[in-house]
Design a protein around this ligand. Structure first.
Ligand code: BJW
Length: 253
């Protein structure tokens, strides 16, 4: 996709060297304009359901039917025809394809909008909605439809253990070694559409500033919980700020 010439201009405060490494962290805000809800905004997911009831291993052990109902509803929404990658997802693909150095996207989102836009060097640190995992043997399968307590694992044949392959509170996020490797070696860290409330992702900006000495930029609708830790910030909807910021980086080449 080429740059939209009507897009607002934005001047990044720092341009990395052309072979510089860029790590981008994304959160629910980047998918908001694709029609998916965020968690902590007014009217967001955690204003309608308590995370303690649906997003912890204890909640699943206590009431698996309730967890399944919550994720079946979210999965159905993610599959809806009107939920498509937006200009911010596409801009990150342009960066990966056009920037000579390494570009890695680390997303906290369980939606597949980065994948569908075409991001390749992508880590889903909180898992994805379209996989299920057996709680007993760890077997992972592709799963686009509803899950239930009646489902039987095709590997160990046990029932009632199939769960969404997402990371709940108290669980270890995915591929942390690879993520910290990229963070410790990057020149630019960009955080997009995340409130900075959930660790370890909320701590990445401090890790990068301290250990890599890299430049840090926040692109969000409003200042995040960690806003003061960033060297640079641009506030507005992701479909405006992200394409403008990325195209300015690419035009510097
Ligand atoms: C826009 C926009 C637009 C809107 N354009 N922007 C250190 C200190 C304190 C606590 C901890 C700590 N280390 C660990 C913890 C505990 C815990 C934690 O962080 N708790 C906090 C609540 C304090 N962390 C964990 O348990 C994590 N595991 C872990 O640390 O493992 C190590 C360990 C394991 C075991 C024992 C001990 C240590 C796991 C966290 C898992 C989070 N899971 C969820 C659910 C995933 C599945 C699902 O989707 O259902 O992940 S919770 C939810 O929050 C989801 C998100 O990925 C995550 C982050 O949310 P995000 O993306 O930031 O969304 P919002 O809504 O918060 O923000 C949206 C932003 O967008 C806002 O700022 C808007 O303004 C903006 N926005 N529209 C641009 N159009």
């Amino acid at each position: 996709m080429s740059q939209n010439s009507t897009a607002p201009k934005l001047q990044p405060a720092f341009i990395p060297p052309a072979d510089g490494r860029i790590v981008i962290l994304t959160g629910a805000g980047i998918s908001k304009e694709s029609g998916l809800e965020t968690f902590r905004d007014a009217g967001g997911i955690w204003s309608k359901v308590r995370l303690e009831d649906v997003a912890t291993p204890e909640a699943f052990a206590r009431d698996p039917k309730r967890c399944h109902a919550f994720y079946n509803m979210r999965r159905a929404r993610h599959r809806a025809a009107d939920v498509q990658p937006n200009a911010a997802h596409h801009a990150l693909v342009r960066l990966e394809q056009g920037w000579p150095g390494d570009v890695m996207v680390v997303t906290q989102n369980v939606d597949t909008l980065h994948d569908r836009a075409g991001s390749k060097n992508l880590i889903h640190m909180h898992g994805t909605y379209n996989q299920a995992r057996c709680n007993f043997c760890g077997h992972v399968i592709a799963n686009e439809g509803d899950l239930s307590v009646e489902d039987v694992c095709s590997a160990c044949n046990k029932a009632a253990g199939m769960r969404p392959n997402v990371v709940w509170f108290g669980e270890m996020p995915i591929e942390m070694e690879r993520i910290y490797g990229a963070l410790s070696d990057c020149d630019l860290f960009i955080s997009i559409g995340t409130s900075g409330n959930v660790y370890p992702a909320a701590g990445f900006v401090a890790v990068v500033s301290k250990h890599a000495g890299a430049h840090t930029a926040e692109l969000n609708l409003e200042p995040s919980a960690g806003a003061t830790l960033f060297a640079e910030a641009h506030y507005g909807p992701a479909t405006a700020t992200v394409p403008a910021y990325i195209d300015a980086l690419l035009q510097s080449l």
